[in-house]
Structures are given as structure tokens and as C-alpha cells.
Design a protein around this ligand. Structure first.
Ligand code: G1P
Length: 287
């Protein structure tokens, strides 16, 4: 099981970040000096991924432009001797082989992933949700790939979330295999307190086999009237080995204002050009 392909669904409407996301895709909002989606692509590349399919929609062409060359800008930077900036700009276009497909209709995460069918073919593949940014010593995607390879299994990234948060995510029915790895036998999307299996929620990272596609093709709309990936996985875990990795690291939901702010502050505190400045600035506010 060698995982070289990843899918990043980024076709959502960004309704939690309006009006900014009316014309700027939420994945293109800058977190310090880079757009959110670049962190996700860097995590994938650090985990050994080579080919990445971004599922977009008609309002997201700024993403295609970002991962392309920009000859005019590059010539100017070269002429001005701005080597560091030139490298940063070139790198965005050279990090991975990036492909795009449009979702065309907003019908849910399961439907968006189904659009990756031809790109994936018969290979096992990774999914990284476009809103979920991770901060971890070992890339979270790498942690999942290691678990998937060890157990020859599909794998979802999980952490235990607070009781009142499970209903915003999904809930896994699990039994322990080893430290931080569980066998998954059932799951549900956005459960009520009575429906939840455990506080382990799927958090933005998946390693799946292509068996998910025929399942998604026949998955009816579920919670919120959308075709839910979790509903498809619920069937998949009954027929294929399926594990959950309790990943080490911190997840940020950059699709809402507070999550975006948490990520911005935490990343800025670690960032060489802003760390000391931000610490001093915060101190100066404590009067
Ligand atoms: C999606 C998934 C859900 C998962 C969550 C966090 O929900 O459907 O299973 O727990 O992402 O990764 P959404 O945030 O799109 O409502």
C-alpha cells in the first residue's frame, strides 16, 4: 500500500467566513505569509504524496493561479535580486503535481470525493480536508499512512473531542488495537448525544481504498440533505479492514473565525519574523 495520491476537497461555499469569502476562496485566506491550502499541500508532500487533486467549484480559480508559474513577477524578483521571494514564489508551483476537478453542484463531502474517482483509479489514496490545518512534529498525514500500511487498512485521523462538540463532527465506534490505534466497526455523522458511539471524531484526514467510490455512487443524502462521506465509510468499514489513528498534533478549523484566529496566533508565535513581536505586543496589551 504505497500512498502517492491525495484529494483535497475545497468546493465549499465558505459561508462561515463571509463577506471575505464572497470572492476569495476560504482556502486562499492568508495564514501569515501563505494561504491556508498551502499548509495542507505541504503536509501532504511531507508525507510522501506526489499527485494532488483539488476539488474546486466555479468560484475558486484563484487556487489554480496560485499554484501556477507567474513569469512577470518572477522576472521582476530575479532582476531585483530578491532570491528568497523568488524561491518562495517558484516553490508554490513546483511542490507537487496538482490537478483540479470541479464539483459542479454543492451536494456534500461524499459527492465531492466521488468526483476524484478517475484521478484515483485503483490506488489507495489520502484525503485532507481543506479547512483542517494541523500543527504536528510528524505530519499528521504521515502518521495515518504509517498506520494504514501497518494494518493494510483504511485509516481515519481522530482525537477525542468534548461531549458538546461530537454533534458537530462524527463519532467512531472503536476497539483498541495498540496505543493510539483503534479498530473501527461503525460510525455516524453529526450524531445526537443518544446516537454517538464515542467521543472520537474524524478530524480532517483519511487514507482510503478505491472501494469507497462504488459505495459513494449509491449513498443517499444524509445529514443536512448532503451526501456524507461518513455514510459511505460506515459501509466500507464493514467490508474492509479499517482503523483510526489518534494523531499527535493540534488541529485548527480555519473555516470559522475563532479557529482561524487560533491558528494565526499559534503559527505567528512560532514564526521567526513575528514571534518576538507578537509576544511583546500581547504583553503591552495586558494593562
Ligand atoms: C466534516 C466531516 C465530519 C468531520 C469534520 C471534521 O464535517 O463530514 O465527519 O468530523 O469534517 O473534519 P464538516 O466540518 O464539513 O461539517
Amino acid at each position: 500500500m504505497k500512498i502517492k495520491k491525495a484529494v483535497i476537497p475545497a468546493a465549499g461555499l465558505g459561508t462561515r467566513m463571509l463577506p471575505a469569502t464572497k470572492t476569495i476562496p476560504k482556502e486562499m485566506l492568508p495564514l501569515l505569509d501563505k494561504p491556508v491550502i498551502q499548509y495542507i499541500i505541504e503536509e501532504a508532500v511531507d508525507a510522501g504524496i506526489e499527485d494532488i487533486l483539488i476539488i474546486t467549484n466555479r468560484a475558486k480559480s484563484a487556487m489554480d493561479d496560485y499554484f501556477d508559474y507567474h513569469p512577470e513577477l518572477e522576472e521582476r524578483l530575479a532582476r531585483d535580486g530578491k532570491t528568497k521571494e523568488l524561491e518562495a514564489v517558484r516553490r508554490t508551483a513546483d511542490m507537487a503535481n496538482i490537478f483540479y476537478v470541479r464539483q459542479k453542484e454543492t451536494k456534500g463531502l461524499g459527492h465531492a470525493i466521488w468526483r476524484a474517482k478517475d484521478f484515483v483509479g485503483d490506488d489507495a489514496f489520502a484525503i485532507l480536508l481543506g479547512d483542517d490545518i494541523m500543527r504536528a512534529e510528524v505530519p499528521v498525514m504521515k502518521q495515518l499512512i504509517d498506520a494504514a500500511e501497518k494494518y493494510h487498512a483504511c485509516c481515519v485521523g481522530t482525537q477525542a473531542v468534548a461531549d458538546d462538540a461530537v454533534g458537530r463532527y462524527s463519532s467512531l465506534k472503536v476497539s483498541p488495537l495498540e496505543e493510539r490505534i483503534y479498530k473501527v466497526t461503525d460510525m455516524n455523522e453529526k450524531p445526537t448525544p443518544a446516537e454517538k458511539f464515542s467521543n472520537y471524531a474524524i478530524l480532517g484526514r483519511y487514507v482510503l481504498t478505491s472501494s469507497i467510490f462504488p459505495i459513494l455512487e449509491n449513498t443517499p443524502p444524509g445529514k443536512g440533505g448532503e451526501i456524507q462521506l461518513t455514510d459511505g465509510l460506515r459501509q466500507l468499514c464493514r467490508t474492509e479492514p479499517f482503523v483510526a489513528k489518534v494523531f499527535e498534533g493540534r488541529r485548527y478549523d480555519t473555516g470559522n473565525l475563532c479557529g482561524f484566529l487560533e491558528a494565526t496566533l499559534d503559527f505567528a508565535l512560532d514564526f521567526p519574523e513575528t514571534g518576538d513581536f507578537l509576544r511583546e505586543y500581547i504583553q503591552s496589551k495586558r494593562v
